[in-house]
Each structure stands twice: as structure tokens, then as C-alpha cells.
Design a protein around this ligand. Structure first.
Ligand code: PGA
Length: 234
């Protein structure tokens, strides 16, 4: 399984180092074989540890150049970063990234062989239109994306569930993941208000290969508890 946490604009570099040490120690002591990833803010990027991969929340699809405010491949390579989050709902809806830009980034980092966690998910008004509208919306988010890329992970994160404490029902998650599974053999993560108390019920569903967690994993003890739950399901 895959346990991933996205810190967004939370935690400092010092806190990230502490976090990573704690999670690494947990994985080591418990011989964890699941894939564990953290996505710290850009200021806290660092080398991966033995069990925990460190990924970038965002980077421009170039080696380097004149792109004010963006990281590029050179800066990621300095830390040996080989994992990236692309298409997160906050990049799409708050920062205004278009599907075209997202696909450009995807293709650049695919060429570089990165592990790509590609996020998709529908806003509430689409959810309210029913399942066929929802699946059509997700389909549009596959535009320009190679769903057969071998290093691809897809995170299904309904926009209305991110940071709100709301989640789809377990039946709905299973249904949507089943539909996504028809399009790709990539590992499928569920994300959106996953908490230490709820992670196990998502992880136990068919076609859920892991979770992508924001606020519910800002405390490393909570993230470790999710790692423990995933291990217990094997
Ligand atoms: P959340 O965020 O767990 O705080 O809802 C999830 C995400 O945005 O990846």
C-alpha cells in the first residue's frame, strides 16, 4: 500500500526534519514494507530516508530557466527528489493551473522517470449532478495524461472533501475507484479528510491502494497510526 502525506504550506524545515526522523524510526522499528511518501513545502525539501520518500508538491516542467517562484528539475535533483504531486485540486482551483499546463508538467516529469502522484477530483456542483457527470469530469482530467505510465499513482480527491471534514461514503469511494480502475492499472489513492480514525476503512476498500492525507497527518503520530493500519491489513 501507499501512505502519502501532503503538508501543503504547513510545517517549517526544522519541523519537517523532526517529522521525517519520527516516521523513519517508526518504519524501521516495525519493518514497514509499504511505500511511504511525504510532500513537504519547497523550503523543506530534503533527501529521502531509508523508508520514506520525499516528494515535491509542485515544480515547473523545465530543467531550469526564467520562471519566477517556481522550482525546476535542477533544484529537485539537488536533493535527489524523484517523486512529484501533479494536478492537486489547490493547484487547479486556487492557483488556476489549466489541464494543459498540468499535462505539460506531467509529460516532462514522466520523461524524467519520476514517480508521479496525479490528483483528480470533482467539485461539489459536479458531485450533485450524479455519477455520470462525475465520471465525465474525471475523464477530462485525464486529458494529455498517459494512464499507462508505469510510475504513475492516481489520487482521487473530491474537491469538496479536501480540508472540510466531509468524505464520500465508503460505497461511493469503492464505486468511483472501480470506475477509475477500468481506465488504468496505476495504484489508486483516496484523499480528502482522511483522519487517523478513518484511514483503515478507506484502506480496506477494493481498488484503494493507499491514502493521500493533508491535515489529518500533520502530526507524525497520526501518520504512523495510518502506516500501522495499512500494515495490519496485509
Ligand atoms: P486533507 O487534504 O486531508 O486535509 O483533506 C488532502 C489533500 O489535499 O491531499
Amino acid at each position: 500500500m501507499i501512505l502519502a502525506t501532503n503538508f501543503k504550506s504547513n510545517l517549517t524545515r526544522a519541523k519537517t526534519v523532526e517529522y521525517l526522523e519520527k516516521v523513519e524510526a517508526y518504519c524501521e522499528e516495525n519493518s514497514i514494507s509499504d511505500e511511504v511518501m511525504i510532500f513537504p513545502p519547497a523550503s523543506a525539501l530534503c533527501e529521502k530516508s531509508l523508508h520514506v520518500s520525499v516528494g515535491a508538491q509542485n515544480a515547473f516542467g523545465v530543467v531550469n530557466g526564467a520562471f519566477t517562484g517556481e522550482l525546476a528539475l535542477d533544484q529537485l535533483q539537488e536533493f535527489g527528489i524523484k517523486t512529484i504531486l501533479i494536478g492537486h485540486s489547490e493547484r487547479r482551483h486556487v492557483l488556476g493551473e489549466s489541464q494543459e499546463l498540468i499535462a505539460e508538467k506531467f509529460n516532462f516529469y514522466k520523461e524524467q522517470g519520476f514517480r508521479i502522484v496525479y490528483c483528480i477530483g470533482e467539485p461539489l456542483e459536479v458531485r450533485e449532478e450524479g455519477n455520470s457527470a462525475l465520471l465525465a469530469y474525471l475523464d477530462a482530467q485525464y486529458k494529455g495524461i498517459d494512464l499507462s505510465y508505469k510510475n504513475l499513482v492516481i489520487a482521487y480527491e473530491p474537491v469538496w472533501a479536501i480540508g472540510t471534514g466531509l468524505t464520500p461514503t465508503l460505497d461511493d469511494v469503492e464505486l468511483i475507484h472501480g470506475a477509475i480502475r477500468e481506465e488504468t492499472s496505476a495504484a489508486l489513492l483516496y484523499g480528502g479528510s482522511v483522519k487517523a480514525e478513518s484511514a483503515k476503512s478507506f484502506l480496506a476498500l477494493d481498488n484503494v491502494d493507499g491514502v493521500l492525507v493533508g491535515s489529518g497527518a500533520l502530526n507524525p503520530d497520526d501518520f504512523c497510526s495510518m502506516i500501522r493500519d495499512a500494515a495490519s491489513l496485509q
